[in-house]
Unconditional design. Sequence first.
Length: 240
Amino acid sequence: MIPGPTPVTRSIQDQMGKETVAFGDSGFVEDFSNILVDLKELWHCDGEVFVVSGSGTLAMEMAIANTTRKGDRVLICSNGFFGDRFIDMCERKGLEVDVLSAEWGTSITPEMVEARLEAEEYDVVTVTHVETSTGVAAPIAAIGEVIRKHPRTLYIVDGVAASAGVEEYMDTMGIDIILSCSQKAFGVAPGLAILWAGSKAMARRETLGLIPESYIDFDKWLPVMHDPRKYWGTPPINLI
């Protein structure tokens, strides 16, 4: 019942303590490939999954970088400190930001989101599934039903404190991107950024062309996610 990192069980520590091999090692390539298949299946992702070296914050920035361009409009639904973290990221990228803020200890409601979407048009809506600073869980499925009525709007869910601990299904919940990391419900040491991008999010990335960011560009990582023998950035082998 702490913000994390959560304790790492001995069985996982033993796996992390194995000899470090090259990223092209056949055993590692097989493990990495299987993990990517499993992550897509478990979260019902019809697009791509990215597992890269980094924290949950990097995954947040990766989500924004690959779905927006300067001048796009973003609605940030914030239930606390980490919801607010999206504000700085989006403003630095030159996005037009509106914020729906819940009183700490409560959550943004689907009705609040619906009212804002009926009044304004947004390219992206972000919601924090479980707000680390308060422990509040947002009704992401019900909010997803609202966003479905606005087909051009992408739905980004920050799953850092939720993924693998509570249900997150991209198809039934209408989610376009889920971002997460390894050190919460997964029970692995810090260092893995994990991001699921559905087909709608990947289609949006195609419309952006060359983006300013390099390390977190989907296009740089796609060849690796399709074939882990390829290289862009060194994978965190022992964590994977």
